[in-house]
Design a protein around this ligand. Structure first.
Ligand code: SF4
Ligand code: NI
Ligand code: NI
Length: 701
């Protein structure tokens, strides 16, 4: 079949549809845009560089995109891809002109906002997500389709379900959504939401400029590694969409018998499509296979298991005795690979039971340190969650675990927890851990007998952690993980200030440095104190100078106003000074509303990120808000006058503790939120009304 001519016809059809819809809107000045993005219509922004945003502008854009003839040549096919891409983008964006949430009552995701894209940031950069697959068309064999999806998920590949695939998966109760790394983009032109996602990844992580077509295409040929698996008959519209994917450097694999053209490969055996795509795009899958009877990968981290689907659970609402503990032990006490089960295994429980459960992990390694126990122990959560049908939340003796009926019928047993933990701990911590053994206990008496030892260990760790202050250590750590997409950004990780992504604290960095001395975390010896109040050390300055490619000479780690730390893009929270310069507001990524400085998180993020110093604003990890070293040079914790309600509530206990420590026990309720005000004046009035402590401080500027 001739894909070229089909694509040319399909793209022209899409153009007339888009033109027709533009006419229908009527008003030529009507703005056309997506919500929550700083890239307007991303394909127009990236490919054409024009800032077309009105009905009239977009008509002009469509008029300018012509295909000189119907000849089935490569040149015409490329033009067809471009025309199909832009037309689809316009058609989709127009839905947002007519409805605020056009996909609200549908199973489809619609346009994926920038903030969701950014949440995948580090995962894209460090290749936790090695690629992205766009599934489209209609699969003839649904079981085979599900196998393909599970296979992709086990490899950590992000999935977009376009065409009829989302519906087919939904019929089989496959869970979808951002958390599951599976976006149900849906049929027709909705495939553009996968394409503009990849394009925005290049724009934001690769810092590609507006209209820089060459750089864009070059970046997309390297990452994110996108491929399309096209199932079933390819009609004209699908052929045009395939060309749109091809010009964005995605490889297209079809199960149909078509003439192969550059970028399109035919593979009639659908079970071989994934492998073909992986080879074509040079995707490197880092995940070591774990020997369990269900799929395993980051996609299952966000999977939830409802009570009626649960075969066996432990802890949480079932209130059984549970705990998990990772201990460093002597060489003779750890037999590598050994899995011991004390008590019953899953098969001996009745469906719907609850059990006591202790997970004891013993590790030995020459370079292992007691300090790393908590770092490794925290990974139990992630490692177990990666298994399909195993759900884990919480930690220590407050964990909660569910095993799904499906997983149990596939043969998953509690012993498999051992397989998972042994494989993953040795994979991820290979240089500090050489032996791992796991003991699983379901016998209630035995769990209770061992619980006190666990509680003792937790308490000892907490005491050690509380004693870890910026003063008590001789070294900090850098984190340069994000510098590949925010050049010049370097995080300084200190005991009392974690990385701005919230994922890396001082102990994590210390462990990571030990594991990989040439990795992203490097030791900073503090050396000479330059300013103890502002938190400036010569050692830190040297590290920042190197890390910023000699652009920055100093950083004050305790200030947001003067030479603050730089930000990449993955901050959990942005803090900034209020318009009257009297107070500080904080806004978390999840909050989509307005802040009292007249900017939303997404707008603020655009100006704070990118490895720059932006005095007056700064990206931080949320825990830093309650640190004793929270911008002491700018007035500290008591400067905070506004934060979204959800953020406040989720941290209430810690905020309260910190307020009491500072002798202002009623402070937390003096912090305004969006239910009180979202503008400057409202905030000033509120602060006066409650006599906010920041009012008696000197202005920030
Ligand atoms: Fe990126 Fe900083 Fe987090 Fe490291 S600590 S991953 S540099 S945000
Ligand atoms: Ni970052
Ligand atoms: Ni980051």
């Amino acid at each position: 079949k001739d894909l070229f001519s089909a694509a040319v016809r399909g793209s022209k059809e899409l153009r007339s549809l888009a033109m027709h819809e533009l006419e229908r809107i009527g008003n030529p000045d009507q703005a056309v845009e997506y919500p929550e993005t700083c890239y307007e219509l991303p394909t127009v922004y990236a490919w054409l560089g024009s800032s077309a945003k009105t009905v009239q502008d977009l008509r002009d854009v469509l008029d300018s995109l012509t295909i000189p003839s119907d000849e089935p040549t490569l040149e015409n096919a490329v033009l067809a891809g471009k025309l199909a891409m832009i037309s689809s983008e316009i058609l989709e964006a127009l839905k947002y002109v007519q409805f605020t949430e056009p996909y609200e009552d549908t199973p489809y995701c619609g346009f994926i906002p920038d903030k969701t894209l950014r949440e995948f940031g580090v995962a894209f950069v460090d290749d936790t997500i090695p690629g992205a697959a766009v599934l489209t068309g209609t699969a003839s064999d649904i079981d085979e389709l599900i196998k393909i999806v599970r296979d992709l998920q086990s490899k950590g590949i992000l999935i977009f379900a376009a065409g009829n695939i989302a519906d087919q998966l939904r019929d089989k109760n496959v869970q979808m959504g951002a958390k599951l790394m599976l976006f149900p983009t849906g049929p027709g032109t909705q495939i553009i939401h996968a394409i503009n996602f990849a394009i925005r990844a290049a724009l934001s992580f690769g810092a590609i400029g507006r209209g820089c077509e060459e750089e864009l295409v070059d970046y997309l040929s390297k990452r994110p590694k996108v491929f399309v698996l096209s199932f079933g008959e390819i009609d004209e519209i699908a052929a045009a969409a395939a060309m749109a994917a091809v010009i964005n450097k995605a490889a297209v694999i079809t199960d149909q018998d078509v003439d192969e053209i550059p970028g399109v490969l035919a593979q009639s055996n659908s079970s071989k499509m994934v492998q073909a795509a992986i080879e074509l795009r040079d995707i490197i899958v880092n995940l070591a296979p774990v020997d369990i009877p269900v799929a395993y990968g980051p996609a299952f981290e966000g999977e939830s298991i409802r009570k009626p689907d649960t075969y066996l659970e432990a802890g949480g609402s079932s209130k059984t005795a549970v705990f998990e503990l990772l201990r460093m032990r002597g060489e003779a006490e750890v037999e590598d690979g050994r899995i011991t089960l004390i008590g019953k295994d899953v098969s001996e429980f009745e469906e719907g039971s609850a059990t006591s459960l202790a997970i004891l992990v013993d590790v030995y390694g020459k370079k292992m340190q007691e300090d790393f126990e908590s770092v490794l122990e925290r990974r139990i959560h992630l490692f177990l969650n990666f298994a399909q049908g195993i759900w884990h939340t919480g930690q220590r003796n407050l964990n909660w675990i569910r095993l799904s009926k499906d997983a149990v019928s596939s043969g998953v047993s509690l012993r498999h927890f051992g397989n998972i933990l042994i494989t993953k701990l040795k994979e991820e911590f290979s240089s500090i851990v050489s032996r791992v053994q796991v003991t699983i206990i379901t016998d209630e008496e035995e769990v209770r007998r061992r619980l006190p030892e666990a509680l003792e260990r937790y308490a000892a760790r907490d005491a050690r952690l509380a004693g870890l202050t910026d003063e008590s250590v001789d070294r900090f750590f850098t984190c340069g993980l994000c510098s590949s997409f925010a050049p010049g950004h370097i995080c300084i990780i200190m005991p009392e200030r974690l990385g701005l992504c919230g994922a890396i604290n001082w102990l994590d960095a210390k462990a990571a440095q030990e594991i990989d001395p040439h990795g992203p975390n490097q030791i900073i010896l503090k050396n000479e104190v330059i300013d103890s109040e502002k938190g400036q050390w010569s050692g830190v300055n040297d590290a920042v100078y190197e890390g910023s490619n000699h652009k920055l000479e100093r950083v004050n780690t305790y200030s947001m106003m003067e030479d603050p730390m730089t930000s990449c893009g993955c901050f959990e929270v942005i803090i900034g000074m209020t318009s009257d310069m009297q107070a500080v507001f904080a806004v978390n990524r999840e909050y989509g509303g307005m802040t009292p400085v007249g900017m939303k998180f997404s707008t603020l993020a655009g100006s704070v990120g990118g490895g720059k110093q932006t005095p007056g604003f700064m990206g931080i990890g949320r825990k830093y808000l309650v640190s004793r070293k929270f911008i002491p040079a700018d007035g500290g914790f008591l400067r905070i006058a506004w934060m979204p309600k959800d953020l406040k509530e989720s941290m209430r206990e810690q905020l309260q503790e910190r307020a009491e420590e500072l002798g202002v026990p009623d402070f937390v309720d003096k912090i305004a939120d969006e239910t009180i005000t979202t503008d400057t004046e409202g905030l000033i009035n509120w602060m006066t009304e409650v006599n906010h402590p920041a009012l008696s401080m000197l202005p920030l500027l």
